[in-house]
Design a protein around this ligand. Structure first.
Ligand SMILES: Nc1ncnc2c1ncn2[C@@H]1O[C@H](COP(=O)(O)OP(=O)(O)OP(=O)(O)O)[C@@H](O)[C@H]1O
Length: 602
């Protein structure tokens, strides 16, 4: 009971927040919207009154011969002017509301983007996060504008309703009561179906996302080759249809039930109008009211009914929107675990680059499995360390911890003696230059693709050209139609596709751009390169890593052979350490791996 009340109050709070959001993003247009809707609600009252005056003048004129047409024409002209102004205001209001919703949509999208950047990497490995994101993306872009419009419309229709209600009450309270009673069932039906729609929508989200996933598998370039070669199109298409069919059927069935319930309540409301009409006709026949008044009261009753229905429907819509907007605010409330300490420690102005793993253990969130166990080693400034080990040994995970994308479950990682958890994540990351195993392909120009490695200077072509030369990709770039200005990838017009190895060289160039960063991390940097390119880049690396602390992960033992020290990981534990010669003499895991690889090259 208390929980239900708390959740209702929370929803009211979300409505307020949504209204504030719209106000913050478009104050002028919101004000214009309020004024326009207000004016639009006053005009119908004026035209009602004008209709009464016109009819009364005509009936008077019929009974009094030789009455001039002029006063009636004047009234008709005023009524026409009011109608024209009404049309103009409606068009203007349409434009204002469109402009407002465009701005709010982009504003909301920006909030979603900021939160997506802020949350931990861990959220991206969590299906519930994607459900949240999907719900926020599909609903939040337009709901805040709808909420504000509903508030304004509710305010206005309530104002008009008060006017019409007073008019009807002054005529006959029973008629006013009929008006109210007839509207209540329509309102209750709307509330009930809003709740059902929301509940079902929450259940649909994972299925909708999965259907969307199958659709992207079929339509996106990433899988286009395999879809054709393995003939997967029909299978994925079928799965998409099965999911969509289930959702569609539930939607259609809910919509049918809603329409049926609405038609019943609506018919009773229509019956009420005619009952009221009969009562009014009786009064007119008894001579208690003029024909003009009959028309006015009847129109007032009809208008009052529309207004009341609208007001209640705006209320129901506010309720429905409060349900749907809740997910957006819950998404915005997600808290990153990897945060800036309240008083971050500062790294020395010139970082030495000593890295210390002090009995570091790690399990991924929501997983019992230990990925790293009691890792203890120190990398001295300027040292080049290689990490080897079979697939799944924990090499990339170790790097993710070092970049503070995750925090260790136990133990500590220190940079120049300072625990990473005491440092601001951005300060750690600005000292590291890295090539990830699954580096990104940006469908941007070549210059931008390399420039993202040092975003403060990405306009500066000279260092980018230098990095491209070191990564041995410049000859390829110069052959592209627009050189460094060529867009890479085929997503956009005039885009040029590179080979996988060429893309990898672009990623390497990106990391070379940060040549002043004291720590260099390369996770499988040359996996797609031909032996010649690999040798050239390794040679370059040797020069660039002279004074930097460097970590290289590679399965190609020829790549790691030259490292100062090699760490061998097995199932998250460090099982051997030493330089190439020492490890070969030891005849352990490393020596076996090296000899196996060498055997295949002989
Ligand atoms: N995001 C994740 N959530 C849960 N488990 C993960 C995640 N990423 C990796 N793992 C698990 O952690 C273990 C270590 O993975 P990691 O990527 O560090 O291995 P690796 O040594 O780099 O392997 P490879 O040589 O194949 O690149 C694997 O068993 C993997 O299943």
């Amino acid at each position: 009971m208390m929980a239900a009340i708390a959740s209702r109050l929370q929803r009211l709070l979300y409505l307020r927040k949504a209204a504030q959001l719209v106000w913050r993003s478009t104050p002028k247009l919101t004000l214009a919207n309020i004024v326009l809707v207000f004016l639009q609600s006053v005009l119908p009252l004026a035209s009602l009154y004008l209709t009464k005056l016109i009819i009364d003048r005509i009936t008077e004129g019929i009974s009094t011969p030789q009455t001039s047409l002029q006063p009636v024409l004047l009234l008709i002209a005023i009524a026409a002017l009011v109608a024209i102004i009404g049309d103009g205001l409606r068009s203007l209001a349409g434009w204002v509301s469109e402009a407002q919703s465009q701005i709010v949509t982009d504003y909301v999208q920006n909030l979603l983007h900021s939160k997506s950047i802020e949350v931990d990497l861990e959220y991206y490995e969590n299906a519930q996060y994607y459900d949240f994101l999907h719900q926020a993306q599909t609903e939040a872009s337009y709901r805040p504008t709808v909420i504000v419009n509903r508030f304004i419309q509710l305010g206005n229709s309530s104002l008009s309703l008060i006017g019409i209600g007073l008019l009807l009450f002054s005529f006959d309270w029973a008629i006013a009561l009929i008006l109210i009673i007839a509207a209540i069932p329509v309102f209750l039906v709307r509330l009930r179906f809003s709740q059902q729609l929301y509940r079902q929508w929450q259940q649909w989200t994972p299925q909708e996302r999965m259907a969307h996933y199958y659709s992207t598998l079929i339509t996106q370039v990433d899988h286009a080759k395999e879809i054709r070669l393995f003939d997967l199109g029909e299978l994925f298409g079928r799965r998409f249809n099965t999911l969509r069919q289930a959702i569609r059927q539930q939607r259609i069935s809910l919509s049918a039930r809603r329409s049926f319930a609405e038609s019943i309540t609506q018919s009773s409301a229509t019956l009420a109008v005619f009952t009221a009409f009969a009562l009014m006709a009786d009064r007119a026949l008894m001579g208690a009211i003029t024909i003009g008044s009959l028309v006015m009261y009847y129109q007032a009753f009809q208008r009052g009914q529309t207004l009341l229905r609208e007001s209640l429907s705006y209320l129901a819509s506010l309720y429905e929107n409060s349900l749907f907007i809740a997910n957006f605010y819950q998404f915005l409330d997600l808290k990153p675990m990897i945060v800036e300490p309240i008083k971050p420690a500062r790294l020395p102005a010139t970082l030495e680059g000593r890295i210390e793993f002090d009995r570091v253990s790690f399990s991924y969130p929501r997983s019992e499995r230990s990925v790293l166990e009691q890792l203890k080693f120190t990398i001295e400034p300027g040292e080049t360390i290689a990490i080897v080990g079979e697939n799944g040994a924990g090499k990339t995970t170790l790097i993710k911890l070092l970049c503070r994308l995750y925090d260790p479950t136990a133990g500590a990682i220190r940079l120049d003696g300072i625990d990473l958890r005491d440092l601001s994540p951005s300060e750690i990351r600005t000292n590291i230059s890295i090539v990830f195993q699954d580096y990104a392909h940006y469908h941007l120009t070549v210059q931008e693709n390399i420039g993202v490695g040092d975003i403060q200077n990405w306009d500066n072509l000279a260092p980018i050209q230098q990095a491209a030369q070191w990564a041995k990709i410049e000859p390829t770039i110069l052959k592209l139609p627009q050189g460094y200005d060529t867009i890479l990838g085929k997503q956009f017009i005039n885009g040029e596709e590179l080979s996988i190895g060429e893309w990898q060289k672009v990623a390497i160039a990106r990391s070379f751009l940060r040549q002043n960063h004291p720590i260099l991390i390369l996770d499988e940097p040359t996996s797609a390169l031909d032996p010649q390119a690999e040798a050239e880049i390794l040679e370059q690396l040797n020069q660039l890593t002279q004074k930097r602390t460097s970590i290289i992960i590679s399965h190609r033992l020829s790549t790691v052979k030259f490292a100062d020290r090699i760490l061998v990981l097995k199932e998250g534990k460090m099982v051997e350490t030493g330089n190439h010669r020492q490890l070969m003499e030891k005849s352990g895991i490393y020596a076996t791996l090296f000899n196996t690889q060498a055997h295949y090259y002989r």
